[in-house]
Design a protein around this ligand. Structure first.
Ligand SMILES: [Zn+2]
Length: 274
């Protein structure tokens, strides 16, 4: 069983767009059972380039394969407190999405007080929040200063019950990610895209980061994520092949933690057993 907590779709006019059938076929090939499709709201940066996703697009996409795909909505403080909260409520309660994605690289700090009503609502609705963190996306206008995990400390301290996922383990600031999570049991780090970061930087990134996260936070706080179908196999293989992880650790990382974060353990929504 593998759950990918960090996957994406592109807007339909993008050359990178994959249909839900193509995405699920790639998941089958990589042995991934379920994937989270993250929402995208880059605020005005995304509006200008027509790259933001609507929740309806995400919901429609995941409904093609309701037992394989899980959708997340998105939030950006530019939208205003009320609009951001209304969007989350509609996405979760009406469209059936199951979490919230924020991308601070698109112009805000995650501890921006304008976002606190969104975090309060996430808690009330019992859904997790995933933050892009660390290396910035290549999209034009994204700024690195917002991506430092240390700004998540305020969120974690002020909302100790909120399930927070620090994407990309906050790389290169893995120590910051570890410090934010050290005494906060609802903080998780995903290891998505670290294989690509390694290719870009030209030195070992993925396994050393995984190792440090494991030694400090333990396997209960690391989650498998890809950031796109082309990374799925490589990252899953790195976890499976890590000699410092026991079989139980690997199961935690590959699906058990994600199932708990996403609330898949209750009722009829049991993850399929292998
Ligand atoms: Zn991503």
């Amino acid at each position: 069983m593998i759950i990918d907590i960090h996957n994406h779709i592109s807007v339909k006019h993008s050359p990178y767009y994959l249909s839900s059938q193509e995405l699920v076929a790639a998941m089958d090939e990589a042995g991934v059972d379920r994937a989270v499709i993250l929402g995208k709201d880059y605020g005005s940066l995304g509006d200008v380039r027509n790259e933001n996703l609507t929740d309806e697009e995400v919901a429609e996409y995941v409904l093609d394969f309701p037992d394989r795909l899980i959708g997340f909505t998105a939030a950006h403080p530019e939208r205003g407190k009320k609009a951001a909260v209304d969007r989350v409520v509609h996405a979760i309660q009406t469209l059936g999405l199951r979490g919230i994605k924020l991308n601070p690289a698109a112009g805000f700090f995650p501890n921006d007080r304008a976002l606190y009503p969104v975090y309060e609502k996430a808690l009330e609705l019992g859904v997790p929040v995933i933050f892009h963190s660390g290396i910035k996306p290549p999209a034009q206008g994204c700024r690195l200063k917002y991506c430092s995990p240390v700004y998540l400390d305020d969120v974690v301290v002020d909302f100790p019950e909120l399930r927070v996922i620090i994407a990309h383990a906050g790389y290169p600031w893995v120590e910051e990610t570890i410090m934010v999570g050290l005494y906060a049991e609802n903080v998780f780090a995903d290891i998505s895209t670290l294989n690509q970061v390694e290719t870009v930087l030209g030195y070992p990134v993925m396994v050393p980061a995984l190792h440090r996260l494991f030694l400090s936070l333990g396997s209960g706080r690391i989650v498998f994520g890809s950031d796109g179908v082309f990374n799925m196999s490589e990252i899953a293989e790195a976890v499976k092949g890590a000699d410092f992880l026991s079989d139980a650790d690997k199961e935690n990382i590959l699906w058990k933690n994600a199932a708990a974060i996403l609330g898949l353990n209750q009722g009829s929504d049991q993850p399929r057993q292998e």
